[in-house]
Design a protein around this ligand. Structure first.
Ligand code: NAD
Length: 496
């Protein structure tokens, strides 16, 4: 049964209302069910719609469909697969406005950011469609005169993907596009908080020519679906983006059948500003890195480490910029910040702020939730956050910039590396030698030098330490979905 708030549906104002699918997508069929999970708009708590609450049986069906579709999809010429991905990219871009409105409604991010994410998501489809044709193997000089060694790259097989709510489209295409380009088939479980972006992508994928069973989406409660995806022997590869705790648990479950595993997990990004930095650029970088998506990105600056000589000036300018942020419902005019995803996220932000303040931090702006409906929090700046405050040791995932003072480069590097996370990091300095020293010394998969925005489909994205395994995007991202096969060819002596 479908339920939704009529006003919310009208406010969506989709040019193509059928892009909002309230059904899972399995083996080329839209699957509904009696039990559903409602999807709400975090800006006001109203119900946008519902998706079926599927479980073990339907997930097994989706895996079977992907398994059956694999041989034919893998056997197609890479150029064929590339042509379908190209059409899919064009359809996503053609429906950019609708997809962005849907995303803002289910996730809360400002409409301009949603439009940016749709283009970013489409970029992965375009990029990997192009890369499909370049999955080159290698010829290795033989170790004996009568031997030849060839290395082939072949698709791993059925891929299971589990994705988070914070980038409801891009986190999907960053996995699905390289998998399909490589010749794999996919079963995806999107976040139950933001399934509509995923389902709209699937509809456009079908229109682009993806055959039945090649890309499947199962909606429902995470645990029963996850149990199948991590244990079914037909699944060759498991790829996950989400929290570190859930990722570790699911990766462990995958080892029973020795699946290939990729993990994109949480971060604790240091954002380091040296005295010699361009102050304006550093403040703009901090705004982009910290407050994008209401502070809910895995690469968000989590700790702002600022050198003593520039500390007060940076704090003042940042506070002025933060006070000017327009916070509001993205479907109701231009905004810079939306609501948080849910009440749990609000609680975490409040807990981190209270803990920092109890430890001696000062509040320069913000600090409170507001509004009578929805999950709204004021953009916040704190100074003198103690190094061991929760804000510095856990991922806050909210609009809170906490400043920590440091004196020397060695101190900044030690503080930055003192964490089990290793996803993104940022450094602002105009000293070239220092930039290299920091760039090489930071124990992170990604370093932004004098920029707060680092994500693109052409670069390898991913973490070290407990932030993940493997890389997404770039030509490296295709390798995550391919096996290397070595063929050692023995040659008979030439006839005399
Ligand atoms: P989450 O771990 O709660 O959920 C991620 C996904 O896992 C969701 O689809 C969820 O339904 C599913 N899930 C949860 N429990 C499961 C289970 N038992 N079995 C199967 N699936 C299960 O994370 P979230 O709150 O959706 O996302 C936020 C987190 O994601 C943050 O930690 C953020 O840093 C991280 N993230 C990382 C990257 C990256 O590229 N490294 C990108 C975006 C988000």
């Amino acid at each position: 049964m479908t339920r939704h708030d009529l006003g919310e549906r009208a406010r969506l104002a989709l040019k193509r209302p059928d892009l909002l699918r309230e059904a899972a997508w399995i083996n080329g069929v839209w699957v509904t069910g009696d039990a559903v999970i409602e999807v709400t708009n975090p800006a006001n708590g109203k119900v946008l719609g519902a998706v079926p609450a599927l479980g073990e049986a339907e997930t097994l069906g989706a895996v079977a469909a992907a398994h059956a579709a694999f041989p034919a999809w893998a056997a197609r010429a890479a150029k064929d697969r590339a042509a379908i991905l190209r059409r899919w990219f064009e359809l996503v871009m053609a429906h950019r406005d609708d997809l962005a409105r849907l995303m803002t409604a289910e996730q809360g991010k400002p409409l301009a950011e949603a439009q940016g994410e749709v283009a970013y998501a489409a970029g992965f489809i375009e990029w990997f469609g192009e890369e499909a044709k370049r999955a080159y193997g290698e010829v290795i000089p033989g170790h004996q005169a009568d031997k030849r060694i060839v290395v082939l790259k072949q698709p791993v097989g059925v891929v299971a993907a589990v994705t988070p709510w914070n980038f409801p489209a891009a986190m999907i295409t960053r996995k699905v596009a390289p998998a399909l380009a490589a010749g794999c088939t996919v079963v995806l479980k999107p976040s139950e908080l933001t399934p509509f972006s995923a389902l709209a992508l699937a509809l456009l994928g079908e229109e682009a020519g993806l055959p039945a069973g090649v890309f499947n989406i199962v909606t429902g409660p995470p645990a029963p679906i996850g149990a199948v995806l991590t244990t079914d022997p037909r699944v060759a590869k498991f790829t996950f983006t989400g929290s570190t705790s859930v990722g570790k648990m699911l990766a462990a479950a995958c080892m029973g059948t020795v699946k290939r595993v990729s993990l994109e997990l949480g971060g604790n990004a240091p954002f380091i500003v040296f005295d010699d930095a361009d102050l304006d650029a550093a403040v703009e970088g901090a705004m982009a890195s910290k407050f994008r998506n209401t502070g809910q990105t895995c690469v968000c600056a989590n700790r702002l480490l600022v050198q003593a000589g520039i500390y007060d000036a940076f704090a003042e300018r940042l506070t002025n910029r933060v006070k000017a942020l327009r916070v509001g419902d993205g479907l109701e005019g231009a905004t810079d910040q939306g609501p948080l995803i849910n009440a749990g996220a609000l609680d975490k932000v409040e807990r981190h702020i209270a803990n920092a303040v109890a430890g001696g931090a000062g509040m320069l702006t913000g600090g409170r939730r507001f509004g009578t409906s929805g999950t709204w929090f004021e953009p916040t700046v704190l100074i003198d956050v103690p190094p061991l405050a929760l804000l510095n040791i856990e991922e806050t995932f909210g609009p809170v910039a906490g400043l920590v003072r440091f004196e020397t480069e060695a101190q900044a590097l030690a503080m930055a590396n003192d964490t089990r996370a290793g996803l993104a990091s940022y450094v602002f300095t105009r000293d070239l030698d220092r930039a290299w020293r920091m760039g090489e010394g930071l124990q992170y998969g990604m370093v932004g030098l004098n920029t707060g925005l680092i994500s693109t489909e052409v670069a390898p994205f991913g973490g070290i330490k407990e932030s993940g395994l493997g890389r997404e995007g770039s030509h490296f991202g295709l390798d995550e979905y391919m096996e290397l096969k070595m063929m050692c060819v023995g040659l008979a002596p030439a006839p005399v």
